[in-house]
Design a protein around this ligand. Structure first.
Ligand code: NAD
Length: 481
């Protein structure tokens, strides 16, 4: 596939432009950040048709799904950010211990500088623009690098950035060579979304400049279904979460662990809902996407040889089409259980208990998302407490990603750091500690010579809690009793 590539010798100057703009202080005032975000929202709306066309051309992304998960997602994130930015950016007053009085202590959220945003192809608008929204809100300049695998969308994003014409927002296009050159530049923060393999390359390159990174990676996100679940609703929600974007979603339920007594009922429910969503021939549905490229198509075709096809199974190589497919009787050692599927294939595995399901999950890497289905709140709580993951939905799939009040990010091999809403603002800010003293008084107690009386005063002063600490200590002692 061909894609637009920024000439290699233009990449360093592009990052330098972003740094120059940052250095002028132009992106610091809240009014400047608000103005960029407002214009970004306008450009997203103005470029909506071109972006939707490009997403459809790249991998058949259904128009409504594309609007909802890409453009609408970003404009909602901007609205949320604009509503809360003044509060997030406010100087925070904190108490000062008695020993260091009289003084005032504050925390100031400062921009970091130039933020590099490297995005994948599967949600190529959202995963490029949403981190940029947070970075701009925090007062940074950004250099965006869309994925070359969604080449037409990358061009449409470049056109949007050109129309935005804001020097705080720069873009570099291309593949491995261009990204390697980009990563050789000095950034103040890099946010990378994609595979763990490339995540390691990004982190290594960032280490050269001691640049902090946010890594939004992937993994095998499980759905656990109890015998006490509402099986019909669980089947619908799992089918939706899995087959949106033809399974090419980082937080899609990768596989299902279901208690044996309800295994067959769940498999039937998922099949029934797939039929209801996409009709008897999903290839004809306007609401079902295609696989991004031939190599992913062939990789996925191989994974369909595990277990037995309980639903779907048809493919069309010319159109990179894979039917929503449910596999049963899959062994835990089979290839489909060894790697993140990232396509429309759903293995459903029977387990004898929720404890066994928890053990299966904990035997693997900590996933990006985890879904637990039960009508018994204690069972859901036990699954949540017994496992770890970037995020969790109880009796739902995917939707934690859509709430800007929740941090979005992985843990362990599924990533580090988080963004969305306040979490994004904090990730791209430096929380600067500011201690302010008057010179009108200057108690000598801290200075040498350390006479016995000064020593006693310092010890007593450190033991003396400030009023807020006192309340916290009181509450803790009440809880202990
Ligand atoms: P991809 O191939 O589009 O790569 C992502 C980015 O890395 C692209 O911009 C690409 O140009 C760049 N890149 C690729 N190889 C590189 C190299 N050798 N050196 C430097 N840069 C390189 O996307 P992908 O990796 O196929 O994405 C799929 C993975 O991303 C899955 O594991 C998925 O779960 C994960 N993902 C995570 C999230 C999240 O938010 N946590 C979201 C989407 C996808």
């Amino acid at each position: 596939m061909t894609f637009t590539a920024t000439p290699l010798d233009q990449i360093a100057p592009t990052v330098a432009r972003a740094r120059e703009v940052f250095t002028t202080g132009a992106t610091g005032p809240i009014a400047a950040r608000v103005s960029t975000l407002r214009r970004l929202a306008q450009e997203l709306r103005a470029h909506e048709a071109r972006l939707l066309d490009a997403l459809a051309a790249d991998f058949g992304k259904p128009r409504h799904e594309a609007w909802f998960t890409e453009i609408g997602f970003c404009t909602a994130e901007i609205d949320h950010t604009l509503a809360h930015l003044p509060r997030w950016a406010k100087v925070q007053r904190v108490p000062t211990p008695a020993a260091y009085q009289p003084a005032a202590s504050t925390i100031v959220a400062e921009p970091l500088g130039v933020v590099g945003v490297i995005a994948p192809w599967n949600y190529p608008v959202q995963l490029l623009v949403a981190p940029a929204i947070a970075a701009i809100a925090a007062g940074n300049t950004v250099v965006l690098k869309p994925s070359e695998l969604a080449a037409r969308t990358a061009d449409a994003l470049a056109a949007l950035v050109a129309d935005l014409a804001d020097p705080a927002v720069q873009i570099v296009q291309g593949g491995v060579a261009e990204t390697t050159e980009l990563l050789a530049q000095r950034f103040d923060h890099i946010i990378y979304t994609g595979s763990g393999k490339v995540g390691r390359i990004v982190m290594r390159a960032a280490a050269e400049h001691l640049t902090p990174v946010t890594l939004e990676l992937g993994g095998k996100s499980p759905a656990i279904v109890s015998r006490h679940a509402n099986i019909d609703v669980a089947g619908r929600r799992i089918a939706w979460g899995k087959f949106v974007n033809a399974g090419q979603t980082c937080i899609a339920p990768d596989y299902v662990l279901v208690e044996r007594p309800v295994h067959d009922e769940l498999v039937a429910a998922i099949g029934r809902h797939v039929d209801a969503f996409y009709g008897p021939d999903p290839q004809r549905s306007p609401d079902y996407a295609r696989i991004v490229d031939e190599s992913h198509f062939h990789r996925l075709e191989q994974l369909m040889h595990s277990g037995t096809v309980a639903h779907g199974g048809r493919t069309d190589a010319d159109l990179r089409y894979i039917e929503p497919t449910v596999l049963t009787g899959v062994g835990r050692e089979e290839p489909v259980m060894a790697e993140e599927i990232f396509g429309p294939i759903l293995p459903v595995l029977a387990v004898d208990s929720l404890a066994e399901a928890i053990d299966v999950v904990n035997a693997g890497d900590r996933p990006l998302a985890l879904y637990t289905f039960s009508e018994d709140a204690a069972e859901n709580a036990a699954v949540v407490a017994g496992t770890s993951s970037g995020g969790v939905c109880v009796n739902a799939t995917l939707l934690h990603v859509a709430n800007p009040n929740l941090p979005f990010g992985g843990v362990g091999p599924s990533g580090m750091g988080a963004y969305h809403g306040r979490s994004g603002f904090d990730s791209f800010s430096h929380r600067r500690a500011v201690h302010t003293r008057t010179t009108k008084v200057d108690p000598l107690v801290l200075y040498p010579p350390y006479t016995p009386i000064k020593q006693r005063l310092v010890r007593a002063g450190l033991r003396l809690p400030d009023p807020r600490d006192l309340m916290a200590r009181l509450r803790a002692s009440v809880r202990r009793r």
